[in-house]
Design a protein around this ligand. Structure first.
Ligand code: C2E
Ligand code: CA
Ligand code: CA
Ligand code: CA
Length: 278
């Protein structure tokens, strides 16, 4: 026993053991959170610069963990994708978002993010249709956001499912545009309704000539394709000025509002969407 003591010591690394245990515990907590529907949905307004109104809100999932506080979707969404929980979580978020959006004026849309893994089973169009019917929410008020990396995976029949979804009157946006691979061929292979210009380009507006050239090109491209463009991650007046100058109509970012709770959306709508006093 003494002879292999050294080996045992090397195999048993307390720090690594603690990390593995913590990870396992988080996975258990996550599957319970999905089981008991403990996720919250926050909303970030999308501003129509021309009309000066809130045209819609993007739904962003939040997980308030009892021990660790708020956990970012960039952490728990990939975990759900790995553990087979994303289909269920995605349906829950969609349902909450559509229910919440029922309380907004009919001209205000809701955008829900999709994970590429939600296309794996081939049932996404049916799942979405069922949620809309259950709630009585019109497809025309729903937008679904999909990232470029998702479309890159051609094996899962994403394009045909997106076409089915679009037949329900739902619009489809290409999220994080410019950060994936062969962006332009994606636009050719599917009729997106909107392109969301990634915040990495917006961040450098006013500081970096290349980013300006890219934003200008994407806004022009969308105009020529007859689709909408939205600039994400607008944080400063300087960035907004540049975007307005480039005739970008739709923006989202901390300059206007962080993602907020459902009750706060009502305040934002009444602030933006009531006619100014005469
Ligand atoms: P995303 O879809 O690109 O969402 C935009 C992210 O940028 C959000 O982070 C939002 O809070 C943040 N953001 C908004 N305005 C600004 C700004 O002015 N500056 C900066 N620096 N950031 C801003 P969040 O909520 O942490 O979400 C991160 C990502 O997690 C999302 O990126 C999306 O890919 C994913 N995600 C969030 N909710 C869901 C969901 O319900 N389902 C799926 N599949 N993915 C989700
Ligand atoms: Ca998004
Ligand atoms: Ca994005
Ligand atoms: Ca993103």
């Amino acid at each position: 026993a003494k002879a292999d003591g050294k080996n045992t010591a090397r195999l048993y690394d307390p720090a690594m053991h603690a990390a593995v245990t913590a990870r396992r515990q988080l996975e258990v907590d996550l599957s319970n959170a999905v089981l008991f529907k403990q996720f919250e949905v926050f909303y970030q307004p999308q501003i129509d610069l021309e009309a000066g109104t809130v045209s819609g809100f993007e739904a962003l999932a939040r997980w308030r963990h009892s021990g660790r506080g708020m956990i970012s979707p960039t952490e728990f969404i990939p975990m759900c994708e790995e553990n087979g929980l994303i289909e269920e979580l995605g349906a829950q978020i969609l349902e909450v978002a559509c229910k919440d959006a029922m309380a907004w004026p009919a001209c205000v849309t809701v955008s829900v993010n999709l994970s590429p893994v939600q296309f794996k089973s081939g049932n996404l169009p049916t799942i979405v249709k069922d949620v809309l019917e259950k709630i009585g929410f019109p497809g025309s008020r729903l937008e679904l956001e999909i990232t470029e990396s998702a479309i890159f995976d051609r094996s899962s029949g994403i394009i045909s499912q997106l076409s089915e979804i679009r037949k329900l009157g739902i619009r489809v946006s290409l999220d994080d545009f410019g950060t994936g691979y062969s962006s332009l061929s994606h636009i050719r292979s599917f009729p997106f309704d909107r392109i969301k210009i990634d915040q990495s380009f917006v961040r450098e507006l006013g500081a970096d000539a290349e980013s300006l050239a890219i934003v200008r090109a994407v806004v022009g491209l969308c105009e020529n394709l007859g689709i909408q463009s939205t600039a994400e991650g607008v944080e400063t007046h300087k960035q907004l000025d540049v975007l307005q100058h480039e005739q970008c109509r739709s923006v989202q970012g901390y300059l206007f509002s962080e993602p907020v709770t459902m009750s706060e959306t009502m305040k934002i709508i009444s602030e933006f969407n009531t006619d100014p006093p005469k």
